[in-house]
Design a protein around this ligand. Structure first.
Ligand SMILES: Cc1ncc(COP(=O)(O)O)c(C=O)c1O
Length: 384
């Protein structure tokens, strides 16, 4: 429900806002990066890797960044970031965009016409967490399929492709997500991505990859992102999640795709001026941050193994290969919201993702000691 001015009044929205409220001032002083974030009296914030703050090196690079007006194409740091991203992904071009949501929306807009359908996994970010922008702005309808642990198979996709009949809406785009966030950071095997791309192309569909956490997938697979995204038509990845940059995502694809993306970025309000300040952090994020992601994965594994031993929590630790852990808490008798509130009261912040599902995400601002402390609190709250 909304009030006269359109603001949400529904208690669900209000409580969700409160749960995600900004770090209170008293906690901020304890959260100086790499110091007390994991200390016994500090807070261990495992809600998301989006909460990571820029490193000292990023901050230095930001303050020293050479800048210009990027709408005129004159920001040398943005240009460098775009060139490097294209090179790393083996694509003809790349574009710096303010957010992952905007990157996905631009790709959907480019690959579809109003009235088309976009095939995506039921629990994917584009379907659930982008405010229906593919419908509201790009004029498309999501056509969901379900994949085991979020990994789509060709039979699941083929079953939802619309027949080519003039009185049916048409399937235009397949959108994959790697890693799959809401199924616990599950990684698409590259062979599967390649097969899906081949079949989708044969069926006349374009393929966009929401690779918000593609570097986590690359580390888990031991493959390069270029190899993993060779056959997709476009890919979006985030600088501002596990890679630790403060703002920004990248879109990569063919030269023609990027030319169109630049137009839609401006149309959607994402044309930025001296954005080199942000791109400077992004450059460090793509060059250096992937080299440490294995630490986050090892911490996630530690948490997963510990959680699997807590009798009232449900998780298969073998499935945890990247930085996301989603476990069931139904047997504790608490809902996920209640469980997260109980954790928070003891300084461990987690995110409810469904009525009885809780998500933890490891990242560079929580170290091993922080994860061990979180495990202790999880045991206490679950009554182990
Ligand atoms: C899988 C996935 N895609 C896209 C996004 C959107 O990124 P942003 O928050 O930068 O818009 C997110 C953000 O959490 C995500 O997890």
């Amino acid at each position: 429900m909304r009030d006269e001015e359109g603001a949400f009044t529904d208690p669900i929205y209000i409580s969700r806002e409160r749960r995600n409220e900004v770090t209170p001032p008293e906690a901020q002083s304890e959260m100086k990066r790499g110091m007390a974030a994991h200390s016994p009296e500090g807070i261990v914030d495992l809600r998301s890797d989006t909460i990571t703050r820029p490193t000292a090196e990023m901050r230095r690079a930001m303050s020293a960044a050479e800048v210009g007006d990027d709408v005129y194409g004159e920001d040398p740091t943005v240009n460098r970031l775009e060139e490097r991203a294209a090179e790393i992904f083996g694509k003809e071009g790349a574009l710096f965009v303010p957010t992952g949501c905007m990157g996905n929306l631009i790709a959907i807009k480019i690959w579809t016409h109003h009235g088309d359908e976009v095939i995506c996994e039921e629990r994917s970010h584009v379907n659930l967490y982008e405010l229906a922008s593919m419908s509201a702005i790009a004029g498309c309808m999501p056509r969901v399929a379900r994949g085991e642990d979020g990994i789509l198979s060709w039979p699941a996709i083929e079953a939802v492709i619309r027949p080519k009949i003039y009185y049916d809406s048409q399937s235009a785009l397949l959108c994959l997500e790697n890693t799959s966030n809401m199924t616990g950071g599950i990684v698409y095997p590259t062979k599967v991505v390649e097969e899906l791309c081949g079949r989708a192309h044969e069926a006349g569909l374009k393929v966009h990859l929401d690779g918000a956490r593609i570097f986590n997938a690359a580390v888990a697979l031991g493959e390069s992102v270029a190899q993993m995204t060779r056959r997709v038509d476009s890919v979006m990845f985030c600088l501002s999640k596990g890679l630790g940059a403060p703002v920004g995502s990248m879109l990569a694809g063919s030269r023609a795709f990027i030319e169109k993306a630049r137009v839609y970025r401006k149309m959607f309000g994402g044309g930025m001026r001296q954005a080199g300040i942000l791109a400077a952090a992004g450059l460090i994020a793509i060059e250096k941050s992937p080299l440490r992601l294995h630490e986050d994965h090892a911490n996630a594994k530690l948490l997963a193994q510990g959680i699997a031993e807590i009798p009232r929590l449900e998780l298969d630790p073998a499935k945890v290969r990247t930085n996301i852990i989603i476990f069931g808490c139904a047997k504790t008798g608490m809902t996920a919201v209640e469980f997260c509130e109980a954790l928070k009261a003891q300084g461990v912040w987690a995110q409810d993702t469904a009525q009885y599902s809780v998500r933890l995400v490891t990242h560079c601002d929580v170290d091993r000691a922080g994860c061990q402390r979180a495990l202790g609190v999880l045991r206490t709250v679950a009554g182990a």
